[in-house]
Design a protein around this ligand. Structure first.
Ligand code: AMP
Ligand code: GLY
Length: 423
């Protein structure tokens, strides 16, 4: 490999991007690291680019700062063609081109891709007018999940508790257009039972490597109660993915995905996130995302022993990376604002006692003013720790959280508990 230090730009502003910057900075291959836009935690570790996310402006910035690699955290720029824009330039973009990003950008596209390539997923129907969708619901006896086709910032999936709520969800998406055009097409799919887990795959064309399997905790309250959020915490690895399940994921999901991308002429370079439901040791795909998960990235990058930047560069230069993992577990807990995932207030002062050196603190939504830290989002901070077993990692994380406070702060106390129970 060309061992010249690389200048890097990380796009995004959440806990995931903070974890990416934190990990990249540890690499001897890293030169200057910039963030766009970053947040008050990220900008302690990376220099803010100070420009809007305008493709032309980013291009000029990469020339000015001699950027070699852009790592894209969130999906939206990818779906808008960010990687395509840089295709002919000398800057490498870790994140797929638009045609690949559509696996997340359109749920209908993703379902059709799965069907065509024989990838196990829930049965579904697509609707582009409300009355057909309502007729279908009237005829359907089983539980369903309703999904807007387009990107809705993680809010476009509704799991109705009753048939009446299902009809209401369809009306809100299609008639009231709560998410605008994203809901002009919807999917009604069968509700799957089982245990959810996330498997992240780093892909470069036909080469790919798995990251440690992890488990997110989406509902806001302990015991998976309350509405879904962007994710309240994660741990890695997870035994929800046994080696036999992993073998099935590889054979029934990843390989057909790689073949399907090839058949469509898509040169996919980036992460593919497999959101999975495991039932009786059989994996099914709930969703694809075209990026690292948040908060999965915080747990997975925290657990990675080897150099993440080197792995990215290997993939970009067509070599299969060799990734090494620490023994034990990493647990990441999200501290959220009062009211999240509903409406919440910003600007609460955050107090923080002495946090041990071995605790990883990743900022999601914070703002610093005159040396004081304030809340600035629904998900505010991530506290993560490694431990030789899951119990130890949990003890360390929850011990550190006792030293942090802000008005309205809430978090789940059971992150990783399923793993404890399984053992
Ligand atoms: P998605 O954005 O498609 O992953 O959906 C968000 C969440 O909704 C998932 O993490 C699951 O918890 C849930 N979900 C989505 N599709 C289904 C399904 N077919 N059956 C059961 N739960 C689902
Ligand atoms: N943790 C779920 C996601 O990143 O989509």
């Amino acid at each position: 490999m060309n061992k010249k230090r690389k200048n890097i730009l990380v796009i995004g502003s959440g806990g995931r991007e903070h974890a990416i910057v934190w990990k990249v900075k540890k690499s001897p291959l890293a030169g200057e690291v910039f963030c766009l836009p970053g947040n008050s935690g990220i900008s302690r570790d990376a220099s803010p680019a100070g420009i809007p996310l305008d493709f032309e402006r980013v291009k000029s910035f990469t020339e000015e700062k001699d950027i070699d690699l852009i790592i894209v955290g969130p999906e939206a720029p990818l779906v808008e063609g960010f990687a395509d824009f840089f295709k002919e330039s000398r800057v490498m973009v870790f994140g797929p081109v638009k045609d690949g990003a559509m696996l997340e950008g359109s749920k209908v596209y993703a379902k059709d891709f799965m069907k065509k390539n024989g990838i196990p997923t829930a049965g579904y129907e697509v609707f582009d007018n409300e009355s057909d969708a309502q007729d279908y619901l009237s005829s359907k006896k089983e539980d369903v999940v309703i999904k807007a086709d387009g990107l809705c910032g993680g809010k476009g999936v509704i799991i109705p508790e009753t048939p009446r709520k299902a009809r209401e969800a369809v009306r809100v998406l299609m008639k009231e257009k709560k998410f605008g055009e994203a809901g002009s097409k919807i999917i009604i799919e069968d509700k799957l039972q089982g245990e959810e887990a996330s498997v992240l795959v780093m892909i470069s064309g036909e080469k790919y490597v798995y990251l440690s399997p992890s488990q997110d905790h989406k509902p806001v309250f302990d015991g998976d109660n309350g509405p879904n959020t962007g994710g309240m915490g994660a741990y890695a690895p997870t035994s929800a993915i046994s080696s036999s399940v992993m073998e099935k994921i590889d054979r029934k999901i990843t390989k057909p995905v790689i073949d399907g991308l090839k058949e469509r002429g898509i040169d996919y370079r980036g992460v593919l996130y497999l959101g999975l439901m495991i039932h009786s040791e059989e994996p099914g795909v709930l969703e694809f995302n075209v990026r690292l998960g948040d908060p999965e990235a915080q747990a997975v990058l925290g657990l990675m022993e080897s150099d993440f930047l080197e792995a990215v560069l290997d993939l970009m230069e067509n070599r299969k990376p060799d990734i090494k993992w620490k023994d034990g577990y990493v647990v990441d807990v999200v501290l959220a604002s009062g009211g999240y995932p509903g409406s919440y207030r910003k600007g609460m002062e955050i107090s923080m006692g002495d946090i041990d050196e071995d605790i990883m603190l990743f900022h999601s939504g914070t703002r610093e003013r005159d040396g004081v830290l304030y809340t600035d989002g629904g998900r505010v901070l991530n506290v993560a720790a490694a431990g030789k077993d899951i119990e130890r990692a949990r003890e360390k994380v929850y011990g550190a959280i006792e030293k942090i406070n802000f008005e309205g702060m809430h978090y789940r106390t059971d992150i990783g508990l399923k793993e404890v129970m399984r053992k």
